[in-house]
Structure formats: structure tokens, C-alpha cells
Design a protein around this ligand. Structure first.
Ligand SMILES: Cc1cc2nc3c(=O)[nH]c(=O)nc-3n(C[C@H](O)[C@H](O)[C@H](O)COP(=O)(O)OP(=O)(O)OC[C@H]3O[C@@H](n4cnc5c(N)ncnc54)[C@H](O)[C@@H]3O)c2cc1C
Length: 395
């Protein structure tokens, strides 16, 4: 076991932290209040090579390891969940899935510009009647000569109005249930495609989330990812990558809660002393610290398995479940420590609490991960190596 970060990883963390402190922190309060997703920030992240950090250099990425992606997500979410979510869907759910499943020509056409940050990728799985129960999706794809015709709707899709490319899941044969789902690479410019942002979200207000509509949308046959019927497996393996980034981001959320709370503990006095001197306040700080370090260990273990090219569905699910729960609790405690001031946007902790809820819901709810972990322990669930594994880190 090696618990040391490489010099490159230490420098990466410093660079992302400085970016967050200078480019995100001064603006995030306003962006959150206005519900503004700042696309310039994505462009700047691309300029720093952060939109394809773990994608091999041969495919336009920075060629760093998977734990470097975790570091980027941690540091971004210390600033705000919106930008970590953008990296999660662009790199985790889309680009890493292309790296795992795409043909060489699909990689050249779609992965290379995404890894360079010239094009943005997103992931369309959820539908109005299909969230945790993926097989309930209703979007269909019918083969017609040299293209498929897609009809249907997706909802709660991050970067819905921003992304250029989407991985879209649809039934090519409903009678085969989840074995009849296929995955398609869809371009925003296709006729019959439209999107609409969702208003009134509890959190991640500086992010872009919403619906996708496909009306007789023609998708070239060569944009089928994997084979017909591979869609469910592709979706689940994409989630192995996406959940890893969500778990890492949750560590950043806890860091942000700790920073704000420690500062306030020294600033605020009650009963003649700093509130940090009260044991019940210390208990909340101690729980945040414990949650941060336990979550990091789970995240970096999952990353080490990814680096080796070993299947890590179980370890990633555990990391995602625990880290997001710890972050949600840390944000709740951070508001509590700030008392009434925590209840206003004078301090950032109310944003942390609102933001910390979505990660407990997306990419597998708390309940789904609880069930998965119990099933692994009880022997009801076992993972086999996939026909296409996420490539090991070549470094
Ligand atoms: C901000 C945000 C961004 C998102 N981005 C994306 C995206 O980019 N792409 C995408 O495809 N999706 C995205 N999602 C959707 C997200 O993945 C789904 O919301 C999630 O999978 C849960 O589905 P659901 O909301 O339909 O809840 P449901 O599946 O309807 O679940 C409702 C409740 O029932 C519980 N439940 C369901 N089944 C069981 C069971 N078997 N046992 C016990 N409890 C159960 C759940 O845990 C939950 O508490 C996003 C969601 C949010 C909030």
C-alpha cells in the first residue's frame, strides 16, 4: 500500500485549489443566487487540461491517473457542486465510458475533442418514469436503413443545454427487458433534438439540469456504442466512473464545511468563550474530520483499483454512498454551528446544505447503495469482469 501522493498530484491539487479560490469562490454566491451556469469557467478548466485529466494523451487528455481525477473533483466541489457535477458527467459518465466502450473511430470523433475540452459531453439515462428502475425507461430506437430513429424524453440531465454530445439510452427491443436497451452517441445538432432547463431546484443552482426531447431524431447507425442490447451494461459501468467522481467531490464538500465551521468557531463567542470550546460543537467538527478521512480512503482505494484495471463496482458504490452521506451530514452540522447566520446566504453553508442533497440522490440513491452493499455481503450480488473494462492507467 502506498498512501503518498506523487509530486504531480500535489501540484495538481495546488493548481485546482488556486483556480477555485480565484475563479469560483469570488463569484459563486452571485451565480447561485441568479441560477447562472458559467460556461466560461468550463472553458478555463479545459484550458488547464482538467476536462480530460485521466484520459490518455493519445486521446487528447492529460494522461494522469484516476486518483488525479478524484483530486480535481475534490478541489472543485470545495468551491461548488455545480462544477464538480460538470466534470462528473463530462469526464466520468461520458468520456470514460467512450474510453471503455467506443470503437477507434468513435474515440477519434468524440472522445478526442471532449478530452481536450473543445466539446462537452453529458449522459442521458433518467426519464420521468425511470430513475433507480432503469429498465422502466420508455425511449425507443428503431433501426431504419443506415440510421436509428429515436423517440422519447429524458429528465434531470446535467448540462442539458450546454453539452454538445450525449450518451442516450433507449430500447431497441423492449421484449428483452434490460437486455434490450442500447446506448447511442447523440449530437445536439441532430434534427428532432431539443432541451429545456429545470427551474426551482433546491441546490446546484449554479449548474444546468433539465430535460431532453427526441422527436423522430435520426442517429447514424455507426453511433451505436457497443452492440445492440449492451446499453444496460454500459450504463452501469458508466456509473462506476461517475460515482467515483461524486464520492471524491463529496470529500471537497466536507472540506468546505470544515473550513467555514472552523473559522466561525473561532469568531463566534457564547457564554464567554469561542463556540469551538464547547464540547458539543467540537463533536460536530470531529465528525466532519472523521467523515472526510474515511471518505478519502474509500475513494482512493476505488481509484487504485481503477488504476490497475480491476472491476470496482462494489468499492465505488461503498465510497459514493458513505462519502455523500458524510457530506450531507457535514453540511447540516455546518449550518447548525453557524446558528441563525447559517440559515442565511450571508455565509456559504446554507448553499453547502442545499448542494449536498442531490449527490445523495443521483448516481444511485442512498437506498440503492445500501441494498447493493447488503447484497454483496449476503452473496446475492457478484460482479464478473466486463467484456470491455475501463483501461488501466498506463503511467
Ligand atoms: C441535480 C441532479 C442531476 C442529475 N443528473 C443526471 C444526469 O446527468 N443524467 C441522468 O441520467 N440522471 C441524472 N439525475 C437523475 C438521478 O440519477 C435520479 O434522480 C436518480 O437515479 C433517482 O431516480 P428518481 O429521482 O427517479 O427516484 P426514484 O427511483 O423514483 O426513487 C424514489 C425514492 O424511492 C427509493 N427507492 C427506489 N427504488 C427502491 C428500492 N428498490 N428499494 C428501496 N428504495 C427504493 C429511492 O431511494 C428514493 O428514495 C440527476 C438528478 C439530480 C437531482
Amino acid at each position: 500500500m502506498n498512501f503518498d501522493f506523487s509530486d504531480e498530484q500535489v501540484m495538481l491539487r495546488k493548481a485546482v485549489r488556486s483556480f477555485v479560490d480565484h475563479e469560483i469562490m469570488p463569484n459563486i454566491g452571485e451565480w447561485d443566487a441568479k441560477g447562472h451556469f458559467d460556461q466560461q469557467t468550463l472553458k478555463k478548466l479545459a484550458g488547464l487540461g482538467l476536462m480530460g485529466v485521466c484520459i490518455p494523451e493519445t486521446y487528447g487528455g492529460s494522461g494522469m491517473d484516476y486518483n488525479s481525477l478524484a483530486i480535481v473533483c475534490e478541489e472543485l466541489e470545495r468551491g461548488d457542486t455545480a462544477f464538480r457535477t460538470a466534470v462528473s458527467v463530462h469526464t466520468g459518465l461520458n468520456s470514460m465510458t467512450l474510453l471503455q466502450w467506443a470503437t477507434e473511430s468513435q474515440k477519434q470523433k468524440y472522445l478526442v475533442p471532449q478530452a481536450r475540452g473543445e466539446k462537452i459531453g453529458a449522459f442521458g439515462l433518467t426519464e420521468p418514469a425511470a430513475g433507480s428502475d432503469v429498465a422502466a425507461l420508455q425511449t425507443t430506437a428503431t433501426l431504419d436503413g443506415d440510421h436509428y430513429v429515436l423517440n422519447g424524453q429524458k429528465t434531470w440531465i446535467s448540462l442539458c443545454d450546454v453539452a454538445d454530445h450525449f450518451l442516450v439510452f433507449a430500447y431497441t427491443d423492449k421484449s428483452k427487458k434490460h437486455h434490450g436497451i442500447s446506448c447511442f452517441i447523440v449530437e445536439r445538432t441532430y434534427e428532432g433534438f431539443s432541451s429545456k432547463a429545470t427551474k426551482g431546484k433546491l441546490g446546484i443552482r449554479a449548474g444546468n439540469t433539465g430535460e431532453l426531447f427526441f422527436d423522430q431524431m435520426k442517429v447514424p447507425k455507426e453511433n451505436l456504442l457497443g452492440d445492440e442490447g449492451d446499453g444496460f451494461k454500459i450504463a452501469m459501468s458508466a456509473l462506476d466512473s461517475g460515482r467515483f467522481t461524486v464520492a471524491a467531490g463529496a470529500c471537497g464538500q466536507i472540506m468546505a464545511c470544515l473550513e467555514a465551521s472552523v473559522e466561525y468557531c473561532h469568531e463566534r463567542k457564547t457564554f464567554g468563550k469561542e463556540i469551538g470550546k464547547h464540547q458539543l460543537v467540537q463533536q460536530m467538527i470531529a465528525k466532519m474530520e472523521a467523515g472526510l478521512h474515511m471518505s478519502r480512503l474509500l475513494v482512493y482505494r476505488a481509484g487504485a483499483l481503477k488504476n490497475k484495471g480491476v472491476r470496482n463496482t462494489r468499492e465505488t458504490s461503498l465510497a459514493k454512498w458513505q462519502a455523500c452521506d458524510f457530506a450531507n451530514q457535514a453540511a447540516d452540522d455546518a449550518v447548525q454551528i453557524h446558528g441563525a447566520y447559517g440559515y442565511s446566504n450571508e455565509y456559504p453553508v446554507e448553499r453547502y446544505l442545499r448542494n449536498s442533497k442531490a449527490p445523495v440522490i443521483y448516481e444511485g440513491t442512498r437506498e440503492i447503495h445500501t441494498i447493493m452493499q447488503a447484497e454483496y455481503v449476503l452473496g446475492y450480488r457478484k460482479d464478473k469482469p466486463l467484456s470491455q473494462m475501463l483501461p488501466a492507467w498506463e503511467g
